[in-house]
Structures are given as structure tokens and as C-alpha cells.
Design a protein around this ligand. Structure first.
Ligand code: FO1
Length: 307
């Protein structure tokens, strides 16, 4: 069995590639970008994975449903409501259904499983927790939810601190811990190490099991040289004092991942990473097409299953 720890846009590409290679896969998605808006519970990273696996993701944007319309948002604007977070009309249906189920007392895990089945996705999506955890960004203009920082304020403020609010009291999902424990290979997707992967690996039970299996854990670098593929990864890494390079990624994950895949162009970092006691694998990690996603997935499954 293979487990993929996943965040948003970058992760879904690998999730899609792996899902074409094997059914023996479970995905543990980030939950800390979940947000309550307009009375609805919105789970962007879970939904990106769901839409990606269902083949309906808007790949250009990296979120939401392909060819969606935004009539609901236009009307919300006319009614004087916040409209900075663009909820598509088709996407809205999922948030309404999810919130209704939550109001009926169903758990987020149960709802995610239900949605997955409704959209004919065979891969299991196992949440790290059913409790609400949210990434908060501290700025000179106050602390805010990560969606407010990234979407509403376009990440333009300085960041002094990043926390996962609620993580201390949140209960890790025993099923996620068990799946990781029983996996032959655990892949950390090339997602933002702070805002996408960070919350998942901050649950002590999940972290402990990863530490105990670190020889079976392989991270894929989300950086090419000192640049992230997308999003604010480097900004958040800087705040956390992590070097902006594949070496920085290796050091950040060194207690939980004994293997790292980097770009073939980043061979200059190889020795420093090996000196940390981490195995380095070099291949193309840029996923611009389905074939790239499949090639990287094949590489991970065929070269590293025996790591
Ligand atoms: N990202 C944006 O940059 N602007 C948006 O208006 C926006 C809306 C949105 C709606 C639903 C959804 O599932 C995701 C959405 N995202 C939007 C993406 C999201 O903010 C981030 O990419 C993830 O949270 C990153 O982990």
C-alpha cells in the first residue's frame, strides 16, 4: 500500500499520476486551509484532490471545477457580501452538501468518503483529523486565516509567524495513522512544506509513525533551485528559517523522510543532502502534462518501492 501526503495544486498532479498507476493508494490531504465562509464549510485542498481525481478540476487555475460559472458570486456581491473567495456555481453544490451533512452530525471523514463515492473515485481519501485546524498567518496588519492572507490580500504583507491553530487539541484520525503504519511507501507530495504538508505532519501521532518509518518515506521537492513551482512556499519557508533550496527541504523533512527526489538540474545540492544521511534521487519533477505526472509516479513506484 502507498500513502500520499498531499496539499493543493502541486500535489494533485502527483495524486493523478499515481492513481493511474495503482489502486493500492490512499491520500491524506491537508485540512488546515479549510474555512467557514457564508455559512458554508469549504475544504480547498480536499476538494482539489477530489476534483483532480474525478477529472473535473480546472487545471489552469489549479482549483475549482472546469468550465464553472460564478453567477452566485456576482449575486453575493450585489447583496453586499464578501466576494474575495471565488466559489463557482458547481463548486458551491459541494460546499452546501458538506455543510448540510455537518449540520446533521456527520464527520468530515464520512462526508469526504461519501463525496468521493458519488464522484466515482476509487482512491480512498483519509483525513488526518476530523477536527478543525486552521493555518493562521501573523502580519503587521493582524493575524489572519491563510485564505485571507493568500486570496483576499494576495500575500502582500510581511509574515512574522505561521501557526496551525487548534492542532494541540485536534485528535489525529486513527485510520490515517494505521494506513501510514501499514504502507510500503509513503510519498510526501511536492506541496508547500509549511501550509500544505506542515499541518499533516504536525499531528504528533502522524509524525511519530513517519519518524518510525522514515526509510519508507520519500519526499518530492517542491522547489527547483531556490524557486517554488507555484504559490507562496518560499515566503513561508523564509519565515520558518528554512533554506530556500532542495537542501532546505531535505533538512526540514530529515526526521521523517530518509529519501528525497530533486530535479536533475539540482545535482549541485546532492552532496550536502547526502551528508544529512538522506538518499537523493534525481529526475524530472516538473509536471506540465499527464505524461509528466505518470513518469514521476512511475519513477517513485519503480525506483523507490524497495528503498
Ligand atoms: N484561490 C485563489 O487564488 N482565489 C480564489 O478565489 C480561490 C477560490 C477557491 C474556491 C474553492 C477552492 O476549493 C479553492 C479556491 N482557491 C482560490 C484555491 C485555494 O485558495 C488555495 O489554492 C488552496 O487553499 C491552497 O492550499
Amino acid at each position: 500500500m502507498i500513502t500520499l501526503l498531499a496539499g493543493g495544486t502541486g500535489s494533485v498532479k502527483l495524486a493523478r499520476g499515481l492513481s493511474k498507476m495503482t489502486d493500492d493508494l490512499i491520500i491524506v490531504p491537508n485540512i488546515a486551509d479549510n474555512i467557514w465562509l457564508h455559512g458554508l464549510y469549504i475544504c480547498p485542498d480536499i476538494d482539489t484532490i477530489i476534483y483532480g481525481l474525478a477529472g473535473i478540476l480546472d487545471k489552469g487555475r489549479g482549483w475549482g471545477i472546469l468550465d464553472d460559472s460564478f453567477v452566485f458570486m456576482e449575486q453575493m456581491k450585489k447583496l453586499g457580501q464578501d466576494y474575495w473567495f471565488n466559489i463557482g456555481d458547481k463548486d458551491l453544490a459541494l460546499h452546501v452538501v458538506r455543510t448540510n451533512f455537518l449540520n446533521q452530525g456527520k464527520s468530515l471523514s464520512w462526508i469526504t468518503s461519501w463525496v468521493r463515492k458519488m464522484l466515482s473515485i476509487s482512491i480512498e481519501i483519509i483525513l488526518p483529523s476530523d477536527d478543525h485546524v486552521e493555518t493562521r498567518i501573523e502580519t503587521p496588519f493582524g493575524d489572519m486565516h491563510i485564505q485571507e492572507y493568500w486570496v483576499k490580500n494576495s500575500a502582500r504583507f510581511d509574515v512574522s509567524k505561521i501557526i496551525y491553530k487548534g492542532i494541540e487539541s485536534a485528535k489525529a484520525n486513527v485510520k490515517a495513522v494505521e494506513f501510514i503504519k501499514n504502507s510500503d511507501l509513503i510519498i510526501i507530495a511536492p506541496g508547500n512544506p509549511i501550509s500544505s504538508i506542515g499541518p499533516i505532519i504536525s499531528f504528533p501521532l502522524i509524525r511519530n509513525v513517519l519518524e518510525s518509518k522514515k526509510d519508507k518515506v520519500i519526499a518530492v521537492s517542491p522547489l527547483l533551485g531556490n524557486k517554488a513551482f507555484s504559490g507562496p512556499a518560499t515566503k513561508y519557508m523564509q519565515v520558518m528559517g528554512i533554506e530556500l533550496s532542495p537542501f532546505g527541504i531535505a533538512s526540514h523533512y530529515k526526521d521523517i523522510a530518509a529519501n528525497l527526489v530533486i530535479s536533475e538540474f539540482d545535482y549541485g545540492y546532492e552532496k550536502r543532502i547526502r551528508d544529512l544521511g538522506i538518499n537523493v534521487y534525481k529526475t524530472n519533477i516538473v509536471m506540465e502534462s499527464l505524461q509528466d505526472e505518470i513518469n514521476l509516479s512511475n519513477y517513485l513506484l519503480n525506483n523507490l518501492n524497495r528503498a
